[in-house]
Design a protein around this ligand. Structure first.
Ligand SMILES: [Zn+2]
Length: 190
């Protein structure tokens, strides 16, 4: 859907903190603009150096995009820097660089004294993009807990039933494919 340049600029002002607080408040409490999603996607698309169409933004750096492939297109996760995490149904965290904070000394680098988790009980995992080293996510979990899959959006249903338009990628089963990916790739390397 084509969105006016004014709406895209307004979205940019909102994202970058230039919108006055009173106006922002009206946006938050007011009736929602049905073009807001397209304005957001158009705004983010202008900011990335690559051509793949953004289907759904996930975070400051990550989006699900349509990646052309033989005979069509597939939905993958891509960083603003261009790093590709492939199939969006696989938790991108298993392909990221990760730094685990687990000792008192490591916790004290970021926590005030006596405020950090008990070493051995909880860990902090910092996930970084292998391409640009941006900090993508931090999770606080019990030691040994599997990487949390923050979001596995049903983009096919979202496009069909919410946006009322076809998703520009090949039809595919909606399922978490992280365990299958680990079996195929990581176990084989072990
Ligand atoms: Zn990156």
């Amino acid at each position: 859907m084509a969105v006016s340049p004014e709406k895209i600029q307004r979205m940019a002002d909102m994202l970058d903190g230039r919108m006055p607080v009173k106006e922002l408040f009206r946006v938050v409490v007011g009736e929602k603009d049905p073009e807001a999603f397209d304005a957001l996607v158009a705004c983010l698309q202008q900011r990335v150096p690559w051509p793949e169409k953004i289907l759904l933004p996930l975070s400051d750096h990550l989006s699900i995009v349509a990646k052309p492939c033989e005979g069509g297109a597939k939905a993958i996760v891509k960083c603003t820097c261009g790093q590709e995490f492939e199939d969006y149904r696989v938790n991108w965290k298993v392909k990221a660089k990760v730094f685990v904070r687990e000792t008192a000394e490591q916790f004290r680098e970021i926590y005030p004294p006596y405020m950090h988790p008990e070493p051995g009980w909880q860990v902090l995992r910092e996930y970084y993009c292998p391409g640009c080293l941006a900090l993508l996510e931090v999770e606080a979990v019990p030691a040994g807990y599997p990487p949390v899959f923050d979001s596995l959006p049903d983009i096919q249903t979202f496009y069909r039933e919410w946006l009322g338009r076809p998703l520009p990628v090949d039809p595919h089963p909606y399922e978490d494919r992280t365990a299958a990916y680990i079996r195929q790739h990581l176990m084989a390397q072990a």
